[in-house]
Design a protein around this ligand. Structure first.
Ligand code: ZN
Length: 495
């Protein structure tokens, strides 16, 4: 301001005296008014949104255990690289990080340790970070699942890489703008639990004939009656750009277990990884510095997959189906982005609470029966459902009586987000969306830990795979209403 005044007064030397005086008074008055109209630089950085994104490679080595089925598999080929993808937002008063990893299930210890590392290096509080797995079924075992056991070396590698990715995203923070919207893709989602004609559902692994629904029946099975639940077609999108409009990141949510259709032994991020690449292409965001980061979070998709059970199966090449689903979801996300309105100043809040829930531990007789079945295996791997679930019963007998789960709610502008450490049934996601105080809400499942399937009370009564007691399903039957109540309480708190 002083420099400008000096330049103007030297210009005034060449003018006559009354005009000189008038000009100087007028300019000084203008500067005075302008200084009140424009916010100071300090106030602006205090409120303007900062956005940072980064992706860190979490691909394993060959020979590692791959989970996602009841029998263990080993990695023989890396089809596509796995990533932890991170978005950091800072509105001047709150900073949050969201990390989504190409992994099937990640236990709480790994996420807790990664959060601790980030806090030590950057000061970002551990309860301001949401970390989740996508649920690709073609990634290394990070939590014990059926007969797959994690490699301690990979667990350590994964922990450090997750923490590093958040630190890199913080390093990439720049002034940015944000917008959101919701699209719809209903043709790629199908409820996978079915009511069947009477007498056609086999006994459960414990020899009981109480199941009223079957998970993943044969396609085109003449005994199909009707699906046991709905689907959620929403494609929720949060788009991030630099203030000049350069794409920085995109965070989407779709409610689909995974797609599959790989070759045996392959490591792949499934359609979650394809989506990240496809949306980058659609947005013309290749070769940017820092690189654009596309992120697809998984919704409440425990009982929703990509199989059209009523239709005859079609022969597809490996990865062909994945590509088709990716096209459909990414095109819809891209369509939503075209209509988005951007904001540079937004409310940003995160609330976290812990909930203690009981474990459905097996009784003494059940454990003894299971031990007999496992003893007959003589160290061989379990093959039948009875053998596999006998092993699960023994594992569950070593679980504590109660476990603690992290539930989070986040507000990003006018969008609400809930994070739950389970494979969440779609009805729960739909209920949270309906009862949420936000017009747009979505659920991120398998977040901040792994506590198995979360069926509703009604779905528990119907039985079926997702309710069979195992490391993949062990929370008390009342877990869902308790978690929903807490999540809604958190959402109402931040609205
Ligand atoms: Zn799964």
């Amino acid at each position: 301001m002083h420099k400008q005044l000096w330049r103007l007064s030297s210009l005034a030397v060449f003018l006559n005296r009354p005009l000189k005086l008038f000009l100087v008074i007028f300019i000084v008055a203008c500067m005075f008014v302008q200084s009140f109209l424009q916010p100071t630089e300090a106030a602006e950085t205090g409120e303007r949104l900062l956005v940072g994104a980064a992706a860190g490679n979490i691909t394993p080595w060959l020979g590692i255990s791959i989970n996602g089925s009841m029998r263990d598999r080993k990695a023989t080929h890396i089809h596509d690289q796995l990533y932890a993808r991170c978005l950091v937002l800072d509105n001047g008063s709150t900073r949050v990080a969201i990390v989504v990893c190409d992994s099937c299930l990640i236990p709480r210890e790994i996420f807790d340790q990664a959060k601790q590392m980030v806090q030590e290096h950057t000061g970002l509080q551990t309860n301001h970070m949401l970390m989740a797995a996508t649920h690709t079924h073609f990634a290394p075992t990070a939590a014990p699942a059926f007969q797959s056991m994690p490699d301690p070396e990979y667990r350590h590698f994964l922990t450090v890489r997750i923490a590093d990715t958040v630190r890199c995203a913080i390093d990439n923070l720049v002034p940015g703008r944000i917008g959101w919207g919701v699209g719809r893709e209903s043709k790629q989602v199908f409820n996978r639990r079915w009511h069947m004609k009477p007498g056609t559902i086999p006994p459960d692994p414990f020899g009981r004939t109480i199941d009223q629904v079957k998970m993943n029946p044969k396609r085109g099975d003449p005994n199909l009656v009707k699906p046991a639940g709905p689907t959620d077609p929403d494609v929720t999108v949060i788009s991030l750009q630099s203030v000049e409009g350069r794409p920085l990141a995109l965070l989407a949510n779709y409610t689909l277990h995974y797609v599959g259709g790989t070759d045996p032994g392959h490591v792949s991020a499934d359609y979650f990884g394809m989506f990240a690449n496809r949306i980058r292409k659609l947005l013309g965001a290749d070769l940017l510095d820092p690189p654009f980061v596309g992120i697809l979070t998984n919704g409440a998709s425990a009982d929703v997959n990509n199989i059209d059970f009523r239709a005859k199966p079609k022969r597809r090449h490996p990865y062909e189906q994945m590509g088709m689903v990716t096209d459909a979801v990414a095109s819809e996300a891209f369509r939503v982005v075209q209509k988005i309105q951007y904001h540079q100043r937004i409310p940003l809040t995160i609330r976290q609470a812990e909930i203690q829930l009981s474990v459905r531990r097996p009784g003494e007789t059940e454990v003894r029966q299971a031990e007999n079945i496992v003893a007959n295996l003589k160290g061989k791997s379990a093959r039948t459902l009875e053998e596999i679930y006998a092993k699960e019963t023994i594992d569950l007998s070593k679980y504590p009586d109660r476990v603690e789960l992290i539930i989070q709610a986040m507000r990003i502008g006018e969008v609400g987000m809930v994070a739950i450490p389970c494979e969440v049934f779609v009805e729960i996601g739909l209920e949270l969306k309906k009862k949420s105080p936000f017009k747009t809400t979505f659920v991120v499942e398998l977040a901040n830990g792994y506590n198995g399937y979360l069926p509703t009370l009604a779905q528990h009564k119907l039985g079926g795979y997702e309710t069979w007691r195992a490391k993949s399903s062990y929370l008390e039957v009342d877990a869902a209403p308790k978690i929903v109540d807490l999540a809604l309480e958190l959402l109402n708190h931040i609205k």
